[in-house]
Design a protein around this ligand. Structure first.
Ligand code: ZN
Ligand code: ZN
Length: 265
């Protein structure tokens, strides 16, 4: 079965619908999902979803949009919250120079704090990067040299150089519905050429629904649509793509027990 490695189930879009969402995901061959924290101050809501539903795991961290508001939260606090058995990743953190909703220096401090937490815990860092390729490359190179940490570039939509450097530094690369959009030729070329053992899939739901649902609300079940496009781009069967990305998920998100994956519907 597939895994949706990045969604936001705590967003109001899904209020009161979690059981149905999970059932629809299961029906579409998506067995597990990781709901991603965007405000440490709202972490308890995210964790409550993971506690309530077996196939849901979660992360802890501050989205770059909120880096200003949560500036100064120490790595030690993130590390402590990550001790819960259902917390399997750090983030999402990173740099978003497209929206610039937080000062860039706060975004960079936040990113480095989350890197420290990932390095210490061994949990993968979920990296958000938009219009910030040069600074992201510089931070990743510098921080990796200070001590390796597991990480992925989530909802990858950056340039080829960041993908190349990421892979060189040991990172994984996760593709969302953007991969399926008509104008994403360049992105599909990047996805075609990456090593098979670094690929992940996600929805980033409720955002970025794949074709043909573009513009509508996204949900974990639609991971299957992006999986089909990725399989096509790489010239492999959907079964092979599913197996590969799920194996990659368990290698990177090593805290998720292998028996958490349900059998296919
Ligand atoms: Zn993101
Ligand atoms: Zn996200």
């Amino acid at each position: 079965m597939l895994v949706d490695s990045h969604c936001h189930l705590d967003f109001p879009d899904f209020e009161g619908e979690h059981e149905d969402l999970i059932a629809r995901a299961h029906g579409a061959g998506v067995g597990l999902m990781v709901t991603i924290c965007t405000h440490i101050r709202k972490f308890q809501q995210v964790l409550a979803l993971a506690e309530a539903h077996d196939p849901v795991f979660c992360s802890v961290g501050t989205h770059p949009h909120n880096a200003g508001a949560e500036d100064g939260i120490p790595a030690s606090e993130i590390i402590e919250l990550s001790q819960h058995r259902k917390v399997v990743a750090i983030g999402e953190a990173g740099l978003d120079y497209f929206y610039d909703k937080s000062p860039r220096d706060a975004q960079q401090r936040g990113l480095r704090t989350h890197i420290a937490a990932a390095r210490e815990t061994g949990l993968p860092l979920v990296i958000h990067s938009r219009d910030a390729d040069d600074d992201m490359i510089a931070v990743l190179r510098e921080e990796m040299a200070n001590g390796a940490f597991p990480a992925l570039l989530h909802c990858f939509s950056s340039g080829e150089e960041l993908a190349k450097v990421g892979v060189e530094l040991g990172l994984y690369v996760s593709f969302s519905g953007i991969l399926t959009f008509k104008r994403s030729e360049e992105l599909r070329a990047i996805a075609r050429d990456l090593p098979a053992d670094r690929l992940l899939l996600e929805t980033d739901a409720p955002y970025l629904a794949p074709q043909p649902r573009r513009g509508k609300r996204n949900e974990p079940a639609y991971t299957a649509m992006t999986a089909a496009v990725l399989a096509d781009v790489r010239g492999v069967s959907l079964e092979e793509m599913t197996q590969q990305t799920t194996d990659n998920f368990f290698r990177l998100f090593s805290k998720v027990p292998k028996d958490a994956l349900p059998r296919a519907a």
